[in-house]
Design a protein around this ligand. Structure first.
Ligand SMILES: [Ca+2]
Ligand SMILES: [Ca+2]
Length: 324
């Protein structure tokens, strides 16, 4: 199974996200919060899938449903360069506690199929959605608490969307929260997403600033860690796995970063420091404004990940001065 994308905090989505800390809306031993739109938001979209767009994939998420609205968009699949809201959506139906599958062209929606009246209000649902061959003849299956509740085969085209490259989430404040969002190429119903955050100084860190500047729950760019020197490693200890037996599929490293005007260092390499070895990606060129950059790794220094390895690793940020 390949993990195509994952996320569950405002750093993973790019529009008007509020984080909800009422732990009935998420699993507090896995996630730090759920996400929720701010009042006045438009539809929220995720950071892009790492490997580009796909036409078949799965989504699994924890969804806290607290909506009094019919035909309320909840979560689904989108394409980042299309009119906001375009997508293939799990929605409420003609009753607030009824499932529906809808397509939106960015302007209006149409119903593919309605499901059972089991979208229970004020309840944390385990939702999985499978898309097979997005297009004029495709199939969508929806699972609630791992059991199938809807299926539709036919034209599942949404507006001018040609493929799927992001997750879309409701813009309606106060009704829907999501956490532990994972996109895969195969059945992800057994997967969980656990957030790990900086909780101490790292080994021989060369960057300026303390971990407390980057342990934000709500994004706070007013304090951060930084360097303007080539090939400097910023290292920070990370929180551990919860106890239990886990098979670790991999880790996503995500940071908000920028290279302000006048900087020398302009590339950020993301990864980890483990067993005295740096394992970072080839780096991403930064703009002058803060934005999220992500890296997925299914191994550390070529070794399969284990909870013990994760517990001992440190976050490793590495600077680079790139000149074309
Ligand atoms: Ca901060
Ligand atoms: Ca640790």
């Amino acid at each position: 199974m390949q993990i195509l994308w994952c996320g569950g905090e405002n750093i993973d989505f790019n529009r008007c996200i509020y984080q909800e800390y009422n732990s009935v809306t998420y699993r507090s031993d896995y996630a730090r919060s759920s996400i929720e739109p701010q009042t006045g938001s438009s539809v929220i979209i995720s950071n892009p899938f790492w490997g580009g767009s796909v036409t078949s994939c799965w989504l699994v998420a924890r969804v806290h449903w607290d909506s009094s609205l019919t035909w309320q968009r909840c979560i689904g699949f989108g394409q980042r360069n299309k009119t906001l809201g375009t997508g293939l959506w799990l929605s409420s139906g003609d009753s607030r506690d009824r499932f529906a599958l809808r397509t939106y062209n960015g302007d209006s929606g149409s119903t593919l199929v309605q499901g059972p009246y089991t979208f229970r209000n004020y309840y944390l649902h385990h939702i999985a959605i499978q898309v097979i061959s997005y297009g004029a003849l495709g199939t969508i299956n929806v699972f609630q608490n791992r059991l199938q509740v809807m299926t539709y085969t036919g034209d599942i085209t949404a507006g001018s969307m040609s493929a799927i490259d992001c997750i879309v989430f409701t813009g309606q404040a106060g009704y829907v929260r999501a956490s532990e969002v994972i996109v895969t190429d195969n059945d992800p119903r057994a997967l969980s997403l656990m957030s790990h955050v900086p909780n101490g100084a790292g080994t021989s860190s060369q960057w300026t600033g303390a971990y407390t500047a980057i342990d934000d729950t709500e994004i706070d760019d007013s304090d951060c860690v930084y360097t303007d020197t080539d090939d400097y490693n910023g290292r920070f200890a990370m929180t551990d796995c919860k106890s239990g037996t886990f098979y670790v599929r991999g880790i996503k490293t995500v940071a908000r970063a920028c290279s302000p005007s006048g900087s020398t260092a302009n590339v950020l390499k993301l990864g980890v420091y483990s067993n005295s070895t740096v394992d970072v990606d080839s780096g991403q060129l930064l703009g002058e404004s803060f934005e999220s950059v992500e890296r997925w790794a299914s191994t550390i220094n070529g070794n399969p990940m284990t909870p013990a390895l994760l517990n001992s690793m440190e976050l490793n940020l590495r600077s680079e001065v790139y000149t074309s």
